[in-house]
Design a protein around this ligand. Structure first.
Ligand code: URA
Ligand code: URA
Length: 218
């Protein structure tokens, strides 16, 4: 058990660093922790966002929707046309399928929270670019801090790769739980992919059943 020593060392290092900063004239550290956050705070902060190029083409920022303290969080890829117009996630064809997937485990959309890796629609629904994901990810991280879900379901390649910091294929990643900052994370196929490849629904059914077992009963 070197934990105690590690903590002692860390405090020692931090003390040295702070003393060094003070010697440079730094007398106050604005702790960003005082962002006693709510989803409303995140919504206010993301309003008018220009952190990436996607702001030029968007109609609405699609922050997310659902229960703000949900046990189960779904993370998709990016808003599409319908989502951009309505300002809500997963309201088009893929969204209808996602609703059925949620209902398959006896939950309703209102019982879960649904969001995306990026909050603005890419032109012609092209794939998100790495710098767009990088720019937008802090908002997702804050949402996860507010929601404190027990389970995250990453829908499709982009969500799974971004959250798990991997470039493996979704077909390799899906079907088991990973740990995302101590939250159980299950990658599965994206509903839009299922619309084109209905045979893969069986696998998603398996994944969602595994999730259902882990979601605390309300
Ligand atoms: N596809 C996504 O990944 N997200 C949406 O919100 C809609 C479609
Ligand atoms: N490709 C994707 O982007 N998502 C899937 O779920 C499957 C293939």
């Amino acid at each position: 058990m070197n934990l105690k020593k590690d903590i002692k060392d860390a405090i020692h290092d931090l003390k040295g660093y702070l003393e060094y900063q003070r010697s440079l004239g730094v007398i106050d550290i604005p702790f960003s922790n005082e962002i006693a956050m709510t989803m409303e705070d995140i919504r206010k902060r993301i309003a008018g966002c220009q952190r990436c190029r996607l702001y030029t083409g968007r109609t609405n920022i699609v922050l997310g929707a659902g229960k703000e303290d949900a046990d189960l969080l779904f993370v998709g890829e990016a808003p599409g046309r319908d989502e951009d117009i309505q300002g809500r996630p997963f309201v088009g064809k893929a969204g209808e399928l996602l609703t059925r997937i949620i209902e398959a485990i006896n939950l309703k959309r209102e019982d879960v929270y649904i969001t995306n890796i990026i909050k603005c629609r890419p032109p012609q629904n092209r794939n998100p670019e790495p710098d767009e994901i990088y720019a937008c990810e802090p908002f997702l991280v804050e949402q996860i801090q507010v929601i404190k879900p027990k389970i995250i379901c990453a829908l499709g390649t982009f969500a799974a790769r971004a959250l798990l910091r991997t470039d493996k294929k979704i077909s390799e990643l899906r079907g088991r739980f990973y740990s995302y900052h101590n939250i159980k994370l299950m990658p599965t196929y994206h509903p839009a992919y299922l619309l084109r490849n209905p045979a893969e629904k069986r696998d998603v059914w398996k994944d969602i059943q595994a999730i259902a077992i882990e979601v605390p009963k309300v």
